[in-house]
Design a protein around this ligand. Structure first.
Ligand SMILES: CC(C)(COP(=O)(O)OP(=O)(O)OC[C@H]1O[C@@H](n2cnc3c(N)ncnc32)[C@H](O)[C@@H]1OP(=O)(O)O)[C@@H](O)C(=O)NCCC(=O)NCCS
Length: 155
């Protein structure tokens, strides 16, 4: 990994940057206070991508997972535009899954907008398969695709 790039557990001090990333990418997000509360919950596993730019540390991406028994839900993954297409989302996902495997995760699920081609391509590259569709799932009536990935030998 590039020495200017670190992936680590998300801390409360990262939340404001995470919100700025969500704003800049223009996708819907959790209310700030709710996000801070969620971050403290034991079933939430959130990771930040910290980079050094012009000698300054900044948050350039993040991934949030939730764990219930041995099932994981990928709740969000995002990388700022200037750091996209450099394998960062893949690294964030792999880092999170390595942690989650240690605590018994066997399967990952997610929902994604039918029109979110970059995210769908990412998930396909990570090995996710489409397992269903939720018609008009989002507020603007766009469909959600349901995807899943089995980890290791646990099906
Ligand atoms: C989806 C997203 C996280 C990908 O981040 P990224 O760091 O650029 O992704 P990576 O560089 O790790 O790409 C890994 C693979 O994903 C796919 N991919 C990523 N961006 C893509 C794009 N714009 N178009 C098509 N495929 C894309 C490719 O298969 C890529 O592999 P390749 O580089 O060998 O072609 C990023 O585009 C993003 O933040 N989007 C907005 C937030 C979002 O919609 N998140 C998902 C819902 S929460």
């Amino acid at each position: 990994m590039n020495s200017d790039v670190t992936i680590r557990r998300m801390i409360l001090a990262d939340v404001e940057s995470v919100f700025q990333i969500q704003e800049s990418l223009g996708f819907e997000h959790w209310p700030l206070s709710e996000f801070e509360e969620e971050l403290l919950r034991p079933y939430i596993f959130a990771f930040s991508l910290e980079v050094v730019e012009n000698g300054e540390k900044k948050i350039a991406g993040y991934a949030v997972f939730s764990l219930a028994a041995d099932e994981v839900e990928l709740l969000a993954i995002a990388v700022v535009r200037t750091w996209q297409h450099r394998g960062m989302a893949q690294k964030l996902f792999d880092f999170g899954i390595t942690v989650l495997l240690r605590v018994g995760a066997k399967k990952v699920f997610l929902e994604v907008r039918r029109g979110n081609t970059p995210a769908i391509s990412l998930y396909q590259k990570l090995g996710f398969l489409q397992i269903g569709v939720r018609k008009k799932y989002y507020d603007d009536k766009e469909d959600a695709l349901l995807m899943s990935l089995s980890l290791g030998t646990g099906a």
